[in-house]
Design a protein around this ligand. Structure first.
Ligand code: PFF
Length: 467
């Protein structure tokens, strides 16, 4: 029996689901860390410019292609270019990339769950100790969180697009906005917060160089969930009464606002809780800021609100990031699931199981690559460094393949699918699109300088990372 393809129930449901995909660890952690390292508001400006000039058109092309073809990324490329075309490689890339990104995202989400449980159970003091993070990620407890998280994600995906993803986003996304706002306001009312606000909002243009520009673009790409076939897949569930351009703009606005507020929460928090913050220490911190640095900061809050207050704050923060990560993770995994359903005609449950089985092995290999199993810890080496299995996934898929996928989708949309078809699809549900400024800009930019910029980012990343 041929199943009707599912659709998001409402425009709001689609926007919240797509925002659920976009808003994730990238916004709440990646963005503040990068802004702190790279000139505060100066980084924000470069980032916001990339969102508008480069990311939005790519986002629209992905969504339109998905809605037109009603397929997963592989099917979408094939149905436009034919079964034998080389373009299918683009489809495979947009299928394998999210699968591999889901592997590393699962590892991070497991840690967030562990830290949330740690904060709730009053473990904040231990979590703030210097060696805690290293011990935690190498403890067998991680596997328990892994099983719990995998079961949660499996149940959500098995409930489908409407009853799983859309329903989850409708509950978690508004809660996330409210929590973020409350935490930010709370931090801003504390003494010394202004130093952090200043550090964040007074631009330091001296920090902007080619590497930072590169970083801002990769950050924007990742944050908006571009180049992974997610928006092709989500586009395939969007009703033909909706405006693709309007939806894309909404999602980009929500995503960028959340990143902005996350900066306004984290940077002042650091200065409130630790007025003697050494900005050098800040500048050298990476994603481990969340797991090593923030617990210390949260613990020092006990001087202001007591241990219980500090634990509540820390729990709320980790819950916030966990929610954001969970809604992103289900979106990433929906890509291969839709491919199993469309291409292999698997049922939803069978797709979830098949995918879970493939992913489990790689997630376990990543989990043990922080010291538990030597083979994965010292998996390979390049550019003069030993790399773990987890490092390789990040370097190859997150840093390198994302811009390549973006490049391929632009070229595909403009030169194979063609602008006339893109325009026709963008006008479905949006009569005002024809002749609009957005249309003129998208038509021009997608076929010209966006691919050039993405090619440049791809080539320079390969050169920097691997040689
Ligand atoms: N956009 C999410 C974030 O900013 O954390 C992460 C993400 C979700 C990346 C979905 C890729 C993706 F396909």
């Amino acid at each position: 029996m041929e199943n009707q393809r599912e659709q998001f129930r409402s425009r709001l449901g689609f926007i919240l689901a797509a925002a659920g995909s976009a808003v994730g660890i990238g916004n709440l952690v990646g963005f503040p860390v990068n802004a702190a390292k790279s000139g505060g508001a100066a980084f924000l400006l470069v980032y916001a410019a990339f969102v508008v000039i480069i990311c939005l058109p790519v986002m629209m092309a992905e969504m339109a292609l998905g809605r037109r073809t009603q397929r997963n990324p592989l099917g979408a490329y094939q149905s436009v270019a034919g079964d034998k075309s080389w373009w299918r490689i683009g489809g495979w890339l947009a299928l394998i990339t999210p699968f591999m990104i889901a592997v590393f995202y699962q590892v991070l989400t497991v840690w967030l769950l562990g830290y949330f449980v740690g904060a709730v159970t009053g473990n904040l003091e231990a979590m703030a100790q210097p060696g805690y993070f290293g011990q935690f990620i190498n403890s067998y407890g991680v596997f328990i969180y892994l099983v719990v998280l995998t079961a949660m994600v499996g149940v959500i995906l098995n409930s489908g697009v409407q009853n799983g993803i859309e329903r989850l986003a409708k509950v978690l996304m508004p809660s996330l906005f409210v929590m973020l706002l409350i935490l930010t306001i709370f931090v801003l009312t504390l003494p010394n917060a202004l130093v952090g606000v200043q550090y964040y909002l007074v631009p330091d243009f001296g920090k902007i160089n080619l590497e930072v520009v590169n970083l801002a673009l990769s950050q924007a790409f990742f944050s908006l969930s571009l180049g992974m076939g997610i928006l092709i897949t989500y586009g395939s569930y969007v009703s033909r009464n909706e405006s693709v351009a309007g939806g894309a703009k909404m999602v980009a606005a929500v995503d960028t606002s959340v990143a902005f507020f996350a900066g306004l929460l984290i940077l002042p928090a650091i200065f409130v809780f630790n007025p003697a913050t050494n900005t050098d220490e800040l500048s050298s911190s990476s994603v481990s800021l969340v797991f090593s640095f923030l617990p210390k900061i949260f613990l020092s809050l006990q001087a202001v609100v007591g241990y219980v207050g500090a634990s509540i704050f820390a729990s709320a923060f980790f819950l916030l990031v966990f929610f954001a990560a969970l809604t992103s993770q289900v979106s990433i995994l929906q890509v291969p699931i839709s491919a199993f359903q469309d291409e292999l005609k698997f049922s939803r449950a069978k797709s979830v199981l098949a995918l879970g089985a493939c992913a489990a092995l790689l997630v376990i290999a990543s989990t043990v690559s922080f010291g538990m199993v030597n083979y994965f810890t010292e998996f390979t080496s390049y550019a003069g460094q030993t790399k773990s299995f987890f490092d390789v996934i990040i370097d190859v898929f997150y840093e390198t393949i994302l811009p390549l996928n973006g490049l391929v989708i632009c070229l595909f949309a403009v030169y194979r699918w063609r602008r006339s078809n893109l325009n026709a699809e963008m006008s479905v549900g949006d009569a005002a699109y024809q002749g609009s400024l957005t249309q003129k800009y998208v038509n021009f930019a997608l076929g010209t300088f966006i691919p050039v910029v993405l090619l440049f980012v791809f080539v320079s990343t390969v050169a920097l990372k691997f040689f």
